[in-house]
Design a protein around this ligand. Structure first.
Ligand SMILES: *[C@@H]1O[C@H](CO)[C@@H](O)[C@H](O)[C@H]1NC(C)=O
Ligand SMILES: *[C@@H]1O[C@H](CO)[C@@H](O)[C@H](O)[C@H]1NC(C)=O
Length: 589
């Protein structure tokens, strides 16, 4: 199957593609016959309508696209349909639990309020099949089964032990499916101004709590907070004098104090590869780069826990999934239990966790499942998460929205940055990507092939190094960052690196470094329900405002860059800073 896929992706002729596609589908159908509906799918006469483009789309990332043919356009692909669980959890699920599969839910290890759950019986197969072959099904958003097989991983020369062991992180969206059910539109949409308010309240609420600062570390924290609150107003000619910051004076002061004071203790506990190992490429690379640079750091790391302001739990959510997720098991309760056991262990062995109930502990985790893996006791930690979704428990002012960075070359993570000047950006809006989640089919339905200046499409044909994709970003004014299965997308950082103004189309997504950056100054935030107005919204932005935003995108770029050796204000320092900043303003219980 592996080979069949590679050939599929490279072949030029449609006929061969069709034949191979059919073969692949047959093989898959046979392979998945263990699923209750596998056999039934096999019998559907219309199965031959599943086109090559659909199969490729199911792989989901522009890296390996072969054929962008629209003729058989269906918004649901065969793999997703087959992989998707036929038993949807009720949309009435509490937000905290909606990510779980039925298996997770019945497991005793999840700390879930069972009373809030309703599990519906499996819907009926024939219905499911009909919707699969129709062109409008928006329901399935399950990840493709194991697309890692079709991704060449030899392009990366910097490899961690984990990579040597055969784990690949190359693909754009490559975690195996949970068989989890459709995530519906969020029931409540929190606007960006409401998020701003939540941040203010989170920090303001601190003052209403009487701090019982006793230790030296606590006094330092209190001191730093006071200095930040009374930060001197920055000079006009300061490099920080830019609207990209919420409050440049505060950021500058807080950053300086971090450099001067911050000490981090790193737990040595935890077995490899889940702890102390990392992957440096692919879409989950942020957690890997952070871990590598944190563990190697001399300035901030202390061996003396008595001096530490923060305690780092160095786990990789990606390696946790690659190591422990049982393929096709459709359950991740064992992953959650693994993390829970870890916390129990460090809380029993060291005095640090119990002192604050974990509030001065932090994790940095980019995999989609990280919010689930850090539930329970770990909810009290500062969690830097790519999947920064208010609906799944992300706490503004405590948790940190971790930028998802798609690192193609771990040796040169800042390769190809930059883009055309504004005058050479003829495309108004650009998006290319797989139809993950409920939103993208809607986006494409409205805008694919509708207007000449709206370059909205499925994944582009594969070109080595993703050149097509990057060229379009570099030639577009606005880049649409539409949510996929989860709220986050590597497009936000890609847009910034290619100097394309990001358009965030993902309700309840908290943008990266929200506590520091003023996203409205350099990005456009469009609510999902405004997809039909997308073009009008963008056209209504004056040339002058666009040029301002373009300039600010270039200013903010330095905060989204990985460097082999960390440099001031880069991504490593920004992540650490946001954790530090939220620690300072944390409410004590
Ligand atoms: C930024 O924060 C400082 C320190 O708290 C404050 O004095 C100043 O007014 C703030 N500036 C803005 C623009 O809010
Ligand atoms: C921390 O608290 C737990 C109970 O929540 C207890 O079992 C554990 O022994 C405590 N750890 C230490 C180091 O005292």
């Amino acid at each position: 199957m592996d080979r069949a896929f590679r050939i599929l992706c490279q072949s030029e002729t449609r006929r061969l593609l069709t034949l191979l596609g059919l073969t692949a589908v047959l093989v898959l159908v046979v392979q998945y016959a263990e699923l209750p509906y596998g056999k039934m799918l096999f019998l559907i006469p219309s199965i031959h309508k599943i086109s090559n483009s659909q199969i490729e789309t199911s792989l989901g990332y522009s890296e390996i696209e072969g054929n962008n043919n629209r003729s058989n356009a269906s918004s649901l692909n065969a793999f997703e349909a087959m992989a998707s669980s036929p038993a949807p959890l009720s949309s009435a699920l509490a937000p905290e639990t909606k990510n779980f599969t039925a298996n997770d839910v019945i497991s005793p290890v999840n700390n879930i309020d069972f009373t809030s759950l309703k599990i519906e019986p499996p819907s009926f197969a024939p219905q499911f099949v009909i919707s699969m072959t129709s062109t409008t099904a928006l329901g399935s958003e399950t990840e493709p089964r194991n697309p890692v097989i079709s991704v060449p991983s030899n392009a990366t020369s910097v490899k961690s032990d984990a990579t040597k062991r055969g784990y690949s992180s190359k693909s754009r969206k490559d975690n195996p499916t949970t068989g989890k059910t459709s995530k519906k539109r969020p029931s409540k949409v929190v606007s960006i101004s409401e998020m701003n308010l939540m941040l203010e309240q989170s920090h303001a609420s601190f003052r209403t709590v009487n701090p019982r600062e006793t230790s030296g570390v606590d006094q330092q924290i209190e001191q730093a907070r006071l200095e930040i609150e009374n930060a001197p107003i920055i000079e006009k000619d300061s490099r920080f004098n830019s609207p990209i910051y919420r409050n440049a004076s505060i950021f500058k002061r807080s950053y300086e104090l971090m450099e001067k004071m911050l000490k981090v203790y790193i737990y040595q506990d935890g077995d490899k590869p889940i702890f102390h190992e990392y992957l440096l490429d692919g879409i989950y690379a942020s957690e890997g780069w952070f871990m590598k640079q944190m563990e190697a750091n001399k300035q901030f790391v202390t061996q003396d826990p008595g001096k530490a302001h923060l305690f780092y739990i160095p786990f990789s959510s990606r390696l946790l999934q690659l190591t422990l997720y049982v393929k096709n098991s459709h359950r991740r309760s064992n992953l959650i239990e693994y993390m829970r056991n870890y916390v129990d262990k460090i809380a029993a062995k060291h005095p640090f966790w119990n002192r604050t109930n974990g509030a001065d502990h932090f994790v940095v985790a980019c995999h989609d499942w990280a919010p689930a893996e850090t539930r329970g006791r770990m909810l009290n930690c500062i969690r830097a998460l790519c999947n920064a979704d208010i609906e799944v428990g992300f706490k503004i002012g405590k948790d940190v929205s971790l930028p998802e960075t798609y690192v193609i070359s771990a040796q040169n993570p800042v390769k190809n940055i930059g883009g055309n000047p504004p005058s050479q950006r003829p495309i108004l809006a650009f998006f290319a990507g797989g139809l993950h989640g409920y939103l993208r089919p809607i986006l494409l339905n409205y805008w694919e092939n509708k207007e000449a200046d709206m370059q909205i499409s499925r994944p582009l044909p594969h070109v080595r190094g993703n050149v097509n994709y990057l060229q379009l970003m570099k030639s577009s004014k606005y880049c649409i960052c539409a949510r996929g299965h989860e709220v986050n997308s590597p497009r936000v950082v890609e847009a910034i690196l290619n100097e394309c103004v990001p358009v965030i189309l993902s309700d309840n997504f908290v943008p990266p470094f929200f506590e520091v950056l003023n996203w409205e100054a350099f990005a456009v935030i469009v609510t999902e329900k405004d997809i039909p107005n997308l073009r009008n919204i963008l056209l209504s932005i004056s040339e002058e405002s666009y040029l301002e935003m373009y300039k600010r995108v270039k200013q903010v770029q330095e905060h989204f860059l990985w460097h082999g050796e960390p440099v001031k204000y880069d991504l490593f320092h920004m992540i650490l800073h946001s954790i530090w900043y939220n620690r300072l303003f944390q409410t004590r219980h």
